[in-house]
Design a protein around this ligand. Sequence first.
Ligand SMILES: *[C@@H]1O[C@H](CO)[C@@H](O)[C@H](O)[C@H]1NC(C)=O
Ligand SMILES: *[C@@H]1O[C@H](CO)[C@@H](O)[C@H](O)[C@H]1NC(C)=O
Length: 189
Amino acid sequence: GSRLLLLSSPFLFSLLYITEGQTFKWGRCPDPPVQENFDVTKYVGKWYEIEKLPANFEKGICIQANYSLKENGKIKVINQELRSDGTINLIEGEAVQRDGEPAKLSVSFYWAMPSSPYWVLATDYENYSMVYSCTTFIWLFHIEYAWILSRTPQLQSETVERLKNLLRSYKIDTEKIRPTDQMNCPPEM
Ligand SMILES: *[C@@H]1O[C@H](CO)[C@@H](O)[C@H](O)[C@H]1NC(C)=O
Ligand SMILES: *[C@@H]1O[C@H](CO)[C@@H](O)[C@H](O)[C@H]1NC(C)=O
């Protein structure tokens, strides 16, 4: 949730970079191919975060997203995570699809903030989704995120490996990808 908000702001990003050494690369964002014939009506519903390229400001575990269609054609986004103090943090946002490129979405969490890319690189709708987000700043460098999502709290390791191979084939570095704890979650999640 908040990760997308923060990466929307170059100012906040530079603070994060200085303090924590955020995932950061010279040059512009890569332009990987996305899921063909993406069908958002099959994509909506609940997804569990299985692995991700870390965002230092995203400290929670049990991270989940729930997407649903709105009457205006936009997509409602509800992200939740369990924080270390035991509270569940909920954040609501909105996604829109790019004209003619349905697998390229942008997500925003507050009306005043710029939106962030949410590209579905690959999904079978029923098991997994590989999401990539990259933003170029001042033409010089980019910051990127990637999430492997699953319909269930666990995903077969072969599928995870296949998705990481896909990222590597697009020249996206997977070395820093880390699993998200989905084992120690409260029953209400
Ligand atoms: C997802 O959100 C929609 C719309 O708010 C809601 O109707 C649905 O029950 C939610 N699904 C889950 C699994 O939380
Ligand atoms: C999802 O995974 C299950 C179990 O491996 C498989 O039977 C099913 O065909 C998969 N769904 C799709 C759409 O590929």
